[in-house]
Design a protein around this ligand. Sequence first.
Ligand code: V47
Length: 371
Amino acid sequence: MRDSVQSTIERKALSGERLTPDEVVFLLTDADLHWLGGLAHEIRMKLHGDRTYVVANRHINYTNICQNRCLFCSFSADATDDDAYFLQPDEIVESLKADGVQDVREFHIVGAIPPRELADYGYYRGILTTLREAFLEVQLKAFTAVEVAWMAELSGMSVRDTLLDLKDAGLDAMPGGGAEVFADEVRLQICPDKISGDEWLAVHRTAHELGIPTNATMLYGHVETPKQKAEHLLQLYDLQDETGGFQAFIPLAYHPVGNRLGGEFTTGVEDLRHVAASRVALHKFPHIKAYWVEYGLKLAQVMLLWGADDVDGTVVYERIYHAAGATAPKGVTISELAGIIRGAGLKPIMRDALYRDMREYEPVDEDAQEV
Ligand code: V47
């Protein structure tokens, strides 16, 4: 019985056919881990061979002041909290210049949902125009669907017009945060004030229609069921089938420290299973990221042989996972990331936010490469 389920999944995933919800639940629960990892690796090799992607980037979290206050989030704050902060575009540029951005290809810009008295639509647009002007050559991967939906409310424009205007201001791509798990019952428990799953998908559909590539995520390891995760993955699969606009999927392991939801950390085996299951279920997504900040460098390295083909980037100052108990460093150098890729027997390829202009990592001058 198990063998026939496995061979059906193999045939479908390798020939580009959609899996059923039951088949995805099987991947997430009962599937033999070695078989699952082997199939995920086969799909990854078919798509990329030993090419494994890495980006010199910087994470910019412009504020932690948030009126949504999702129960799983350890990063957000009320405006009156001691640790609340809010950065003006010029301050962001100053701190980037102070830290150095030589050879950086991508800014990953994500914040929170501050009250409208603190930030109007012009503030968000100003982040893009100010960064674009100061760093002409760095691509701007900015704002989750949740932030874009909020900006549409602030500006009084439709989501489409908001995205068109943001694109005009310099937006190159969008990150995949805010997806959590799409099921209403889950959102009610962990993020009752956030936009719905359908709204998240609608923002990404519109972005794809406008030629803005985006990423997608799924936050696992809290109150969700395997069936709800399977449905989440298949909703993403269907949107990708329709638009082809997703670049990467990033499974996000829930971290339980410092928030109101509490709970447990996921285990390494669960994490491997989620990465491999997403590679198999989302075979139409070009890339699966092993985001080393959540898993640590060693587990992220193993994941490169379990379906993942991208370790994300140098990051440099990560706040969201470190507020929630992550023990990985806050940032690493490209040469360290290239080292873990080579250590897995794979080839490090430097990319930009749009997976263009790629070249193999060559440490010509170690000092100059420390990005
Ligand atoms: O949207 C928040 C998640 C996301 C916790 O698109 C938590 O390239 C675990 O989306 N435990 C932000 N997760 C991170 C993110 C991301 C990261 C790297 C690359 C890309 C990309 C996107 O982190 C949030 C939320 O889903 N998150 N709190 C927590 N306690």
